[in-house]
Write a protein that binds this ligand. Structure first.
Ligand code: PHE
Length: 447
């Protein structure tokens, strides 16, 4: 512990912390609930055996996702350190691993903010009553402007600090997400295609369970959806001073994340089926298919505004947690004020994300025929996430004494006695398998 010559005093970047446990939980839900929940989850479920996909998904949530979340929050809280400091405290040379995590996160924010920008642009379009179709949108320069605007919003929130910036905004955004989603479920239940939508979403096809790739994909989706593996919740945990009941707080965050994913499916598919549309994947579903349905629905204009506001709220609160990781790291390591670090990091992520923003704009930047955004998702979002999750899981369950992270081991609850070995053995093993499969998939012909 702290063997390196350099000692970083805890939270040099201005001793800022959550005002309460509720503030911590809401901010963490804000991080977890993101674009991943709203369209990625439901389309993946629909395409991968409906309800049967829930078996690997829920196994991954409880065996790797939730334990990893507890490990991250607990590590941040106990070490009171941002990512690089925390790795440094484990073993001085391991701080390089901390930097790798920061670099991977910076790569992810770059393209995540591009998609956040799309949701912002669609809020603006739907407010002004414009029916902008995705191909027309991505043939303009609007994606660049909305990307830069999203980056600026995140940077501004972060520069206000943990309590006055992040906590204040997530205390508004997270309840708003739940209110909007519940309202939309109430509307969806009354649609003629509700039963068809739900059956597409949830009818189990158990044959998929024999496919190991489904299990690997489920682990990846769980990590992404719960915001674990990037150090975001480690950073948030470091602002939670009293730290009481971290396992329970993590369970609440996980339950909220699952709830949003399910509710979103219960909204999206009934709408798609009621209007005879195709349940397509990803961006097309949210930005092309659903607007077609809104155009046909009573109060469709209002629904469009509300739906895109939901997507934007979910995206921006996640993007904020991403940006916080390198910002507080920079502020602490370079000993500069948070505001300056936030401004610098906003510029950095704007540069990093620019090629991704361009790749879906009037200047379609592709590499080898693939849009840069998709490449960045593969490199940073899928592969990088597993690598950074592995670095975090291995470092804090193998290179730091268990009592440092968990306190008096002999007094752990039964639940935590299960969580600790899951972090030590199951999560690293699962991530190694995911990484190996991923690398193999690059070299083996598809299918
Ligand atoms: N959990 C977010 C989502 O579902 C993505 C995210 C991952 C955000 C990691 C922050 C940190 O979209």
């Amino acid at each position: 512990m702290g063997r390196g010559k350099r000692k970083y005093s805890c939270m040099d970047a201005g001793a800022d912390e959550w005002s309460s446990r509720l503030g911590f939980i809401l901010a963490s839900i804000g991080s977890a609930v993101g674009i991943g929940n709203i369209w990625r989850f439901s389309t993946i479920v629909g395409q991968n055996g409906g309800g049967a996909y829930l078996v690997p998904y829920l196994c991954a949530v409880f065996l790797v996702g939730l334990p990893m979340m507890i490990l991250e929050m607990q590590t941040g809280h106990r070490l009171r350190a941002q990512v690089v400091q925390a790795f440094h405290r484990a073993r001085s040379p391991l701080r390089h691993a901390g930097w790798i995590v920061c670099i991977l996160v910076t790569g992810i924010i770059g393209y995540y903010l591009v998609v956040t920008g799309w949701t912002l642009a669609y809020v603006v379009f739907s407010l002004s009553g414009t029916r902008e179709l995705f191909p027309a949108f991505t043939a303009s320069f609007a994606p660049i402007i909305s990307f830069l605007a999203s980056a600026a919003i995140c940077g501004a929130v972060i520069s206000f600090g943990v309590r006055k910036g992040i906590e204040r905004i997530t205390t508004f955004l997270v309840p708003a997400i739940f209110v909007i989603l519940t309202g939309m479920v109430l509307i969806a239940v009354q649609l003629p295609g509700f039963a068809a939508g739900v059956s597409y979403f949830l009818t189990p096809d158990f044959s998929v369970l024999a496919d190991p790739l489904i299990w690997g994909a489920a682990i990846g989706q769980v990590f992404f959806s719960l915001s674990v593996g990037y150090g975001a919740l480690l950073t948030y945990g470091s602002y939670f001073r009293s730290g009481e009941e971290i396992p329970r707080s993590a369970a609440i965050v996980t339950a909220a994340d699952l709830a949003v994913a399910f509710l979103a499916g219960l909204v999206i598919f009934p709408i798609v089926f009621s209007y005879g549309l195709e349940p397509a994947a990803g961006p097309e579903l949210a930005f092309t298919t659903l607007p077609l349905a809104f155009a046909l629905m009573p109060w469709g204009d209002v629904l469009a505004v509300v739906f895109f506001a939901l997507l934007f709220f979910a995206a921006i609160s996640s993007a904020i947690s991403f940006l916080e990781v390198p910002t507080v790291t920079l502020a602490t390591m370079a000993r500069i004020p948070r505001r300056r670090a936030a401004a610098l990091m906003t510029i950095v992520v704007s540069l990093v994300g620019l090629p991704a923003a361009l790749s879906y704009s009037a200047y379609p930047l592709h590499i080898g025929g693939v849009p840069v955004l998709d490449l960045m998702d593969e490199i940073f979002g899928t592969f990088g996430l597993s690598v950074s999750g592995l670095l975090i899981a291995v470092t804090f369950s193998w290179f730091v004494g268990p009592e440092v992270i968990w306190g008096d081991i002999s007094r752990l609850s039964l639940f935590m006695r299960i969580v600790v070995p899951l972090c030590r053995y199951v999560i690293p093993a699962a991530l190694v398998i995911v990484i190996v499969f991923r690398v193999l998939s690059w070299f083996l012909p598809a299918g």
